[in-house]
Ligand binder design. Structure first.
Ligand code: UD1
Ligand code: CA
Length: 459
């Protein structure tokens, strides 16, 4: 059974102008390796199969994109028609229509492709192409139409006459072909000099010659068809995607004080009435609740954040925050940090692989790692879980409503009981029972201190 639609994504170009050891289409933009924008669009349109034509850096591209697509290898870059030809054996007889996309055009909108494909389905021409009206030619091929307004040819800028150069309708390089016709006529594309390439654009002329219809969907938003050839283009595409993401979020009920300096990846979800201050970067698989206040100067990556949290000038990585948590300024939540409702963490706090139950207060600098801290426990300034003995990591367990005095060193593995109190400056090397008071170095109960090691009672 033939599928309705298959896709070929051209991504074999050298990308020399990126001046990079990473293949061009793997450079990240909008939070994704560039080529995934095209792959995801093809997937969203239900294209099956999807063939990625690769050349430069083929192995790395395969590794990143994975087995969701088929791969065709183009050994020599002999032009866009030659590139599509490499997908022929994988695609011939497999689909009714074939969509051709580039791997280096990440800003193309899914809705535009949907419109292109539906126009093609409705009118059933040999090919439906995407064109753009633009004052700036961007080096694109020109769309030549006849006196009835029918598309007649695409002429590459390099070989265009002055009259043709004046044409403002440009070829975007995106097409939907009738599959049988594509595979029948593709071999007829001639070799074009001086570049010695086979131009896919010649398929338009071939259709017209044969008396076949060519349709075009014309758009006016040039931001959609920006190719990426160098890092200036990369930054431009990043900005276009960022603007789009930010606008969508603002329209869904999020306030951005300065969208220009707010960097949110496409994968992020944010609840209504959250306010985002400048210089905030939110990445990866992150979900943020409603009515949060984020930033300024905050980085959040792969984190789950509940409603009404405030995060000021802090870094949150792979952490979970329940509702009403306050972090910052200058907090750092590292992987595996999990903070219960209403946890308050002030300046210079660091938490890693640790659970802080609801209402824990850690108002000042300190480090809690590989630990469990019970509800409403107060952690004094400068408290450190000494979790690493040079070889292995050990856990610290602190009960609910405990009071850990300032400057306490908790030498793990160690347990501090529920409601226990630890005097300031203690070094806790032994478990502390529920409700006990310990202090000193090493920390012990009042009765256990000798005259010599008895710490200052005021401590
Ligand atoms: C092409 C079109 C031009 C259009 C422009 C829009 C042709 C001949 N011209 O020009 O009309 O205005 O796109 O961007 O098609 N690629 C391969 N293998 C190759 C050659 C190219 O995979 O052998 C890939 C590139 O990696 C790139 C895409 O195809 O992703 C387009 O190639 P490029 O050389 O940039 O085409 P243009 O000269 O820009
Ligand atoms: Ca190009």
């Amino acid at each position: 059974m033939k599928s309705e639609l298959a896709a070929v994504i051209l991504a074999a170009g050298q990308g020399t102008r990126m001046k990079s050891s990473l293949p061009k289409v793997l450079h990240r933009v909008g939070g994704l390796p560039m080529v995934l924008w095209s792959v995801n669009n093809a997937k969203a349109l239900g294209a099956e199969p999807i063939v990625l034509v690769i050349g430069n850096g083929a192995e790395a591209v395969k590794e990143t994109v994975g087995p969701e697509v088929l791969y065709a290898f183009q050994a020599e870059r002999l032009g866009t028609a030659h590139a599509v030809m490499q997908a022929r054996t994988l695609l011939e007889g497999k689909a009714k229509h074939v969509l051709v996309l580039y791997g280096d055009m990440p800003t193309l909108r899914r809705e535009t492709l949907e419109r292109l494909v539906s126009l093609h389905r409705e009118r059933q021409p040999a090919v439906t192409m995407l064109s753009v009206e633009s004052e700036d030619s961007m080096g694109f091929g020109r769309v030549v139409r006849d006196e009835n307004g029918q598309v007649k040819a695409i002429v590459e800028e390099a070989v265009a006459t002055p009259e043709i150069l004046a044409i403002k309708e440009l070829n975007c390089g995106v097409y939907c072909f009738d599959a049988d016709w594509l595979w029948r006529r593709l071999p007829d594309v001639p070799l074009t000099q001086p570049k010695g390439e086979y131009y896919l654009t010649d398929m338009i002329g071939l259709a017209v010659e044969e008396g076949k219809r060519v349709e075009a969907l014309t758009i006016t938003d040039v931001s959609e068809v920006q190719g990426v050839n160098n890092r200036v283009h990369l930054a431009r595409s990043e900005r276009i995607l960022r603007q789009r993401i930010n606008e969508e979020l603002m329209l869904s009920g999020i306030t951005m004080i300065d969208p220009e300096s707010t960097y949110i990846e496409a994968t992020v979800k944010i609840g209504r009435d959250t306010i985002i201050y400048p210089n905030t970067v939110i990445q990866g698989n992150t979900t943020i609740g409603e009515n949060c206040i984020l930033g300024p100067n905050t980085l959040i990556r792969d984190a789950q954040i509940g409603d009404r949290c405030t995060i000021l000038a802090s870094v949150i990585e792979e952490a979970t925050l329940e509702k009403e948590v306050h972090i910052g300024p200058f907090g750092h939540l590292r992987p595996g940090a999990s903070l219960g409702k209403g946890v308050y963490m002030g300046n210079f706090g660091e938490v890693k692989n640790a659970r802080l139950e609801a209402g824990v207060v850690m108002a000042h600098f300190g480090y809690i790692g590989d630990a469990e801290v019970g509800e409403k426990t107060n952690i004094g300034a400068g408290t450190v879980t000494c979790n690493y003995d040079g070889e292995r990591k050990h856990r610290t367990i602190i009960g609910a409503k405990a009071f850990i005095g300032s400057g306490t060193m908790l030498v793990a593995p160690v347990r501090v009981g529920r409601g226990a109190k630890i005097g300031a400056g203690s070094v806790v090397t032994h478990d502390v029972p529920d409700g006990a008071l310990v202090y000193g170095v090493p920390a012990r109960n009042k009765g256990q201190h000798t005259e010599e090691n008895k710490p200052d009672e005021e401590a």
